[in-house]
Write a protein that binds this ligand. Structure first.
Ligand code: TTP
Length: 200
């Protein structure tokens, strides 16, 4: 067990956190994702806290870790919060809504820091605007056929096959892919943690 644990099964988050050069272990929280709010920022912040806290409970007997990182991503469009699709029809419904429009991607992050044997939570969220060109029914169906939408918020991967329909983006690209690493490093700095001091 490393002193840093990423509480996420997302391969994208693992890749993005690895860019910092930090060494970390991955422990996945298996719990149900539920947030009783219609505000996307509040939603992802709460879910990121739930994921990090669940992993803290799982690892309570371990001396390490000292820092647990949880994250959650949703898409917000016209007042609706879009998570992962339940099936292909749901994926089509989401993509049909998103094509030709601008929507927001929110990722919430919780840093759980161990201070004198108790966990202190530091939670924040980041928003990125994404605009898509109009996309036809046939193009959407062909994309859904690839299976790529099924494990992604809003049913698309900007880093994958749906990237060809992006007209513009305002904000952090990494935030759309699932982890705003720039903000994460900045927030750690604000907490007095310089990643250069803990890389090895
Ligand atoms: C919008 C968008 C989302 N996504 C992904 C990021 C997240 O992995 C996923 C949203 O689901 P999440 O529930 O945030 O995360 P997860 O289930 O993949 O992993 P875990 O709960 O274990 O942390 O959608 C992309 O990869 N590309 C995109 O363009």
């Amino acid at each position: 067990m490393e002193i840093i644990v990423l509480a996420s099964g997302s391969p994208r988050r693992k890749e993005l956190l690895a860019k910092t050069g930090l060494k970390f272990s991955v422990v996945v929280s298996g719990g149900e994702e539920k947030a009783e709010t219609s505000d996307p920022a509040e939603t992802v912040e709460k879910l990121s806290l739930d994921k990090a806290s669940e992993v803290a409970d799982l690892l309570q007997a371990e001396k390490e870790p000292q820092l647990i990182i949880g994250a959650d991503t949703v898409v917000a469009c016209d007042g609706e919060i879009l998570g992962k699709p339940s099936d292909r029809e749901d994926a089509f419904r989401m993509l049909w809504k998103l094509q030709g429009q601008t929507h927001q991607v929110y990722t919430g992050v919780t840093l759980l820091l161990k201070k004198k044997h108790t966990w202190q939570a530091h939670t924040f969220s980041e928003k990125t605007d994404v605009q898509f060109y109009p996309v036809s029914r046939e193009e959407l169906l062909a994309y859904i056929e690839t299976g790529e939408p099924m494990d992604k918020a809003g049913s698309y991967g900007i880093q994958g096959g749906f990237g060809i329909y992006v007209k513009g983006i305002c904000g952090d690209y990494n935030n759309v892919v699932g982890l705003p690493v720039g903000r994460l490093v900045y927030e750690l700095k604000k907490l007095g943690i310089d990643i250069r001091g803990i890389k090895k």
